[in-house]
Design a protein around this ligand. Structure first.
Ligand code: 4NP
Length: 153
């Protein structure tokens, strides 16, 4: 069983997309995907309507997801913790209790050699086009993750 957690700041824009997209690309049952935010602002809320909308455009329903905050116990519950940007990475690392916890945390875009800026841009304060950009960036990177981890079988 491979357990993967996607983490951004609010858990309403980027990580719900990463969660839904990776889940949709995996065909075997031997995995568990979830998402969380380092901030507490949106706990209990559904994804941002613009994330729901861009996902729907690509045939994906993420409307049932609910935001939650990242907690230290997530280091026990997951094998890989992907941070959507460097600031989220730093905030996750602050909660690490052991070297093994630290080892589980990765920058999501480090899995994509085609992009040089390793931060998934925060689309919250921008327009719809930002959500389209995030969707494509995340979908392309998830494909590379599926290949790397052999999750397609
Ligand atoms: P996310 O986007 O981290 O991709 O979910 C944000 C959502 C909310 C806020 C910031 C970023 N906020 O400041 O409320």
């Amino acid at each position: 069983m491979t357990r993967i957690l996607m983490v951004c700041l609010g858990n309403i824009c980027r990580s719900p997309l990463a969660h839904g997209i990776l889940q949709s690309q995996i065909s075997n049952q031997n995995f568990h995907i979830d998402s969380a935010g380092t901030g507490a602002y949106h706990i209990g809320n559904p994804p941002d309507p613009r994330s729901i909308s861009v996902a729907k455009k690509y045939g994906l329903d993420i409307s049932n997801q609910k935001a939650r905050q990242f907690k230290a116990e997530d280091f026990d519950a997951f094998d890989i913790i992907y941070a959507m940007d460097k600031s989220n990475y730093d905030n996750i690392i602050k909660l690490a209790r052991t070297k093994d916890d630290v080892k589980k945390v990765k920058l999501f875009l480090d899995e994509n050699p085609l992009v040089s800026d390793k931060n998934v841009p925060d689309p919250y304060y921008g327009g719809e086009d930002g959500f389209e950009t995030v969707y494509n960036l995340v979908a392309n990177t998830c494909k590379l993750i599926v290949k790397k981890l052999n999750l397609a079988q």
